[in-house]
Design a binder for this molecule. Sequence first.
Ligand SMILES: Cc1cc2nc3c(=O)[nH]c(=O)nc-3n(C[C@H](O)[C@H](O)[C@H](O)COP(=O)(O)OP(=O)(O)OC[C@H]3O[C@@H](n4cnc5c(N)ncnc54)[C@H](O)[C@@H]3O)c2cc1C
Length: 320
Amino acid sequence: MILVVAEHHGGQMHRATWEALAAGQALGLPISVVLAGHDVEALASQLAEAAVTQVLVASDPALANYTADVYVTALATVIPSAAPTLVLAAHTYQARDFMPMLASRLQRPMVPDCVALARDGDGVRFTRPMFQARLLADVQPAGPAPHLATLQIGAVRADSLQRGGAPAEVVAQAVAVSSSDVRQQPDAPFQEARQAVDLGAAERIVSVGRGIKGPEHLALVQELADALGAELAASRPICDNGWLPMDRQIGSSGQTVAPKLYLALGISGAIQHVVGIKGARTIVAINKDPDAPIFEIADYGITADLFEIVPALIAALKKP
Ligand SMILES: Cc1cc2nc3c(=O)[nH]c(=O)nc-3n(C[C@H](O)[C@H](O)[C@H](O)COP(=O)(O)OP(=O)(O)OC[C@H]3O[C@@H](n4cnc5c(N)ncnc54)[C@H](O)[C@@H]3O)c2cc1C
């Protein structure tokens, strides 16, 4: 059984929880979800609509505000009795905070920051970037279950989540958090880098690479993005050069995105870039090199000079 750890903030489910659930469902194993917090009935009902066996609710006033201490105490109580083979969470800041501590408390191995999961015999094979994303490694943890893993945001599309025919059973879990478990006083929640744009939520993205030659040509791709109702993004060299802000960078050291349309203009398709777009539904690449690796993952490819194709696309999109 897979146990997905749900994450929520301010009464809202973190959207990556749905991605982790969808990834778990895709493995074809029984799946349940654990929700820790206080006064979380509404969230439990939302989770129960997914095709899961059970929603385990660990509720305690001490869990009203997240701290790693109380989460680990609560989850380390729930997990042994639920007896999952895999405990899966989205690779958020919060999961990065408490999952290693939980793995240590349970004395079980953890595979962080996975980009893919697959069934392998009786177990699960995890794919994750290594050596600063220079390569992707397939990893299989050893030793007794449960194993723990976190899934990179955007690695799986939340819209592939299967809904249940009827609401899943919601089961209250007895968790006793004593005051000695609470060694941290939460400060104001951490604000992720303030972004003018949430690329993770964008449905269409026009992304530009070194093929754009210089910042003076960005207006052209911005015009295409506007005509498509898309957000503008970039490969790393464009952001490193300061031509676009860092929060527009896609890839292993930038954002992971899952748009319906990803238009890659003059991007070669280095592994560090393409791990950030694995969840994109349709990838269209324009590159003048027919052997560019981006064509290996593109659904549609145009081998051409982007300075010829982009103006033609803008003209076609603006045609009344
Ligand atoms: C630790 C580490 C982390 C990294 N993280 C990231 C990351 O998060 N995101 C990221 O993007 N990269 C990342 N990189 C860098 C990555 O390895 C590549 O160097 C980078 O993605 C290349 O960017 P590019 O495709 O824009 O440029 P290039 O590889 O130079 O490709 C430019 C492409 O444009 C094409 N082209 C040129 N002119 C035209 C034209 N007129 N019309 C059409 N096509 C044209 C060329 O054929 C070429 O394929 C990382 C690297 C390391 C080592």
